[in-house]
Design a binder for this molecule. Structure first.
Ligand SMILES: Nc1ncnc2c1ncn2[C@@H]1O[C@H](COP(=O)(O)OP(=O)(O)O)[C@@H](O)[C@H]1O
Ligand SMILES: [Mg+2]
Length: 232
């Protein structure tokens, strides 16, 4: 067995305290294999986004361990965590999180700026990422002046620009109509297949989950057995 790219061991997450205390995760253990597409599915409020945020090192568990390539993530310094989020992970969320009054290209190259990449390389890599998403001709447009599907493709270009090994997508098609959503899904799966990027998708869309190699079903903060989709 190869070391999983990500592993969660006995994760719990409790929000709030006192009467407002809520156990969002109650002991979750999962492994994510390099190159696979994994859907985290379940009803609204079941703990899917919480689990994804912990795996992506966007938040810390109340107890339990996250292993990144077999290394305990709690041993990473704040700087190393930031570096991992910026360079190893790419993010696609339901809300597009693009900066308005800023060009499409400048939105895409933001992670490269954070990583300290020089301006010529930023531009070249930003244009490559936009090209991969079929948006090179929109590079100079205001990010606001795009359709929802185009915005989400810009977000994917931005997630891609640092050549990540894992892309986390939380309800990536939740704000799109079904045909636009399908196009965005096609692009995510193409990146997974052509570049070997690991895809972790949170969704309650059965069609999107069905396209993933494997599903993890979360209910009330616990993983429950679910159907398995074997990779073709
Ligand atoms: N920051 C927070 N503070 C308090 N409760 C939260 C917070 N984030 C999520 N929750 C609660 O934790 C539960 C799981 O949330 P979430 O992981 O977002 O579920 P899902 O993504 O499956 O809809 C929900 O009941 C939600 O209200
Ligand atoms: Mg959610």
């Amino acid at each position: 067995m190869t070391t999983p790219v990500l592993e969660a061991r006995s994760l719990t997450k409790t929000y709030g305290r006192g009467d407002a205390r809520f156990d969002a995760l109650k002991g979750v253990s999962i492994a994510v294999q390099a190159g696979e597409s994994l859907a985290i599915v379940g009803k609204s409020g079941s703990g899917k986004s919480t689990l994804m945020h912990l795996l992506a090192l966007l938040d810390r568990p109340t107890s339990g361990t996250i292993l990144l390539e077999g290394e305990d993530a709690s041993r990473l310094s704040a700087k190393q965590v930031n570096r991992t989020r910026n360079r190893t992970f790419g993010f696609v969320f339901q809300q597009f999180f693009l900066t308005p009054n800023t060009s499409v290209l400048d939105n895409v190259i933001l992670p490269l700026e954070i990583a300290g990449v020089g301006s010529a390389a930023r531009r070249r890599r930003g244009m490559e990422a936009l090209d991969a998403l079929g948006l090179a001709d929109k590079a100079k447009n205001d990010a606001n002046a795009l359709s929802g599907g185009q915005k989400q493709r810009v977000v994917i270009a931005r997630a891609l620009v640092n050549d990540p090994s894992v892309i986390f997508a939380d309800e990536p098609t939740g704000n799109l109509d079904s045909s636009t959503g399908e196009l965005v899904e096609d692009m995510l799966f193409r990146l997974q297949q052509e570049r070997g990027i690991t895809l972790v998708v949170v969704t309650h869309d059965a069609d999107l989950a069905g396209r993933c190699d494997r599903n993890i079903n979360v209910r009330d903060g616990l993983v429950v057995p679910s159907g398995r989709h074997e990779a073709a």
